[in-house]
Structure formats: C-alpha cells, structure tokens
Design a protein around this ligand. Structure first.
Ligand code: Z5A
Length: 205
C-alpha cells in the first residue's frame, strides 16, 4: 500500500509520518519511510540544488528537478518496496509539484501532470493524507527554526496561501483524506489511523 502525506510546510506531516510508522511497526509491519525531493542519493543531491536559494532556477526548472529526483525514487525505492508488499509512507509526492510549481509558481497544470506521469510511470498513491493548517499557524511553527529559510520557505504568505488552496482542490478525490492539522499530534495520529484502517479494509473487500 502506497500512502503519501502532503501539506504546506509546518503542517505536521513529518510528525504524523513518524507516528504512523511507529503504529505500523507495533503491528509487525516494516514500512518504508521516505520523502521528496530526496529518497535516494541522487534525489538528495538534486534536493540540495532545488532548495539552495543562491542557485538561480526558474519554476519549470524546479518542476524538472523534483521530477528527476522522483523518477529515480520511484524506480529505485518505491516500486521495489511495493513489489515486496511493504507499506510505503512518503512525505510529499506528485501533489506537491502540482501545488507548489502549479498553484504556487503558475506552471501549467497539464504540463506538470505529464511530467509527473512520466517520472512515476503512472504510479499513483492508494491514499493521500492532506494535513491542512492555516498558513499563519504553519509559518509560526517553522519560524522558530535556527536555519536560514530555503527557496520555498522564503516565499510570501500569498504564495503559501495559493499552495494551501491547491492542496485542498487536489484533495477532491476518493483517495484523498483531508486532516485537521490544528489538532494535537496524538489526535491527528488517531484520525489518520482511523482513515488508514478504513481504507485498508475497503481495499481488502
Ligand atoms: N517541494 C516542491 O516545491 N515541489 C515538489 O514536487 C516537492 C517538494 C516534492 C521540501 O521541504 C520543500 O520542497 C517543500 C516543498 C518543496 N518546501 N516547502 N515549503 P522540506 O522537506 O524541507 O520540508 P517540508 O516537507 O515542507 O516540511 P517540514 O519542514 O518537514 O514540516 P512538516 O513535516 O509539515 O512538519 P513537522 O516537521 O512535522 O512539524 C513542524 C513543527 O510543528 C515542529 O516543531 C513540530 O513539533 C510541530 N508540530 C507538528 N505537528 C504538530 C501538531 N499537530 N500541532 C502542533 N505542532 C505540531
């Protein structure tokens, strides 16, 4: 089963992903925990360029970079794990490209869908959690960090609002589940586990 967690930065995705992984391990599973852009040595190298504000790149280049990392990630990590019947928990996937480079940067959504489909070879998640929080809440969480803001973090509040709207529009499908990211971490995890269980039993029927 391929599960993706999406949302604006600071929404609590990584915290939720760790909680889900721990819960699955407690049930004897060995999930693959992974993230984008990254997930492979090539992906991590691409991520350095992607997030580094001192290297000038345009929106289309951003889209190509994340999809170059994704092609390697899907081929080398995600597909083999799924073929081995492992649950894959991935922090961000193609919706992030549509939300950030599409809704945020203005790259044509049709072009982005073609790029993403090419990179994934048509692989789509079974379930996408969208952890939704107001931009002000998310930004206040990440502004406590010591590191300088990266290329995306440095963007305006308007940009992050467009990205949030994008995630919510993209979530109007049966394989998406929007979670309230203002809940306490434990309550958010409970919600996600409930959804995951419901989804897994629907798949088993
Ligand atoms: N990007 C893109 O543009 N296009 C693409 O196709 C892809 C990505 C795949 C990667 O950033 C950037 O790449 C990302 C989009 C872009 N940039 N942005 N913005 P990243 O990997 O460095 O980081 P991130 O994925 O955006 O998220 P993050 O910084 O790791 O945040 P998070 O995972 O959403 O949240 P967290 O780390 O779990 O929690 C953040 C803080 O909130 C932390 O202090 C927690 O203790 C706290 N927290 C967590 N949960 C809660 C709850 N429930 N309540 C209260 N406080 C909480």
């Amino acid at each position: 089963m391929f599960v993706v967690i999406e949302g604006i930065e600071g929404s609590g995705k990584s915290t939720l992903l760790s909680g889900l992984a721990q819960w699955l391990r407690g049930r004897g599973q060995e999930p693959l925990l992974t993230f984008e852009p990254g997930g492979t040595p090539a992906g991590r190298a691409i991520r350095e360029v992607f997030l580094n504000r001192s290297i000038a790149i345009g929106p289309l280049t951003e889209a190509f970079l994340v999809n170059a990392a994704r092609a390697q990630h899907v081929a080398a990590e995600i597909r083999p794990a799924l073929e081995a019947k492992r649950i894959v928990l991935c922090d961000r996937f193609t919706d992030s490209t549509l939300a950030y480079q599409g809704y945020g940067r203005g790259v044509d959504l049709g072009v982005l869908r073609t790029l993403c489909d090419t990179a994934t070879g048509g692989l789509t998640p079974d379930l996408v959690f969208v952890v939704d929080v107001p931009v002000t809440v998310a930004l206040s969480r990440i502004r406590t960090r010591a590191e300088a803001p990266d290329r995306i973090e440095a963007e305006s509040t308007d940009f992050h609002e467009r990205v949030r709207r994008g995630f919510l529009e993209l979530a109007r499908t049966p394989h998406h589940s929007v979670l309230d990211g203002t809940l306490a971490p434990e309550a958010l995890l409970e919600e996600a586990i409930r959804e995951l269980r419901g989804h897994a039993s629907a798949r088993a029927r």
